[in-house]
Design a protein around this ligand. Sequence first.
Ligand SMILES: Cc1cc2nc3c(=O)[nH]c(=O)nc-3n(C[C@H](O)[C@H](O)[C@H](O)COP(=O)(O)O)c2cc1C
Length: 191
Amino acid sequence: MKVVVFHGSPRIEGNTDILLHETLKAVGEPFVETQVFRLNLMNIKPCQDCGGCETTGVCIVSDDMNDIYHAIREADRIILASPIFFLGLSAQAKIMIDRCQAFWCEKYLLRKPIPAGPHGRKGLLLLVGGMKKEIGIQCAEATATAFFRSISVPEHRTLSFLGVDAKGAILGHPDALNGAFEAGKDLVKIG
Ligand SMILES: Cc1cc2nc3c(=O)[nH]c(=O)nc-3n(C[C@H](O)[C@H](O)[C@H](O)COP(=O)(O)O)c2cc1C
């Protein structure tokens, strides 16, 4: 089973990082291959809305998205992890998602969704916000849902924590680490 992870936080050892680490502890069984994309360190140009993918489903921009396109096609499970920035996903996550317009075209214009492997395709959304405003989660959830469906992930679970702001503050949250671990276990469970 192949698990592909999109890490949308720029902060090393920050709250998203810590949550993701717990999730991946549970995912990391011998039969699971995990690939993590730390989006902040990647060279990904924002979507240019050039229409280049409309007739082919292939983006004409060549950059680090090439590896991501390939990984998304092969994935059985996809994790998207992001802090809430200005009531939505981080820019790092959003730039990658916008470039998945190529998959949207392939699925909805060319009628060629990405075929699922024997374990199906499932997603997990991990979110951390410093404020206690649900609207940030709702906006991020709406964007992430559009992302997952466009890349032919028909179902995903969301785990979100609000009021977690300072670097590492998630360690003091009563349920977060355990919740992230259990979500990881659940994600790779078969059947
Ligand atoms: C540019 C920026 C914008 C932010 N906007 C929000 C926001 O709209 N809502 C919120 O709940 N927290 C907001 N925060 C706080 C972060 O979500 C919070 O600090 C989170 O724990 C960061 O996660 P990280 O340690 O993984 O980077 C913002 C932080 C930054 C740097």
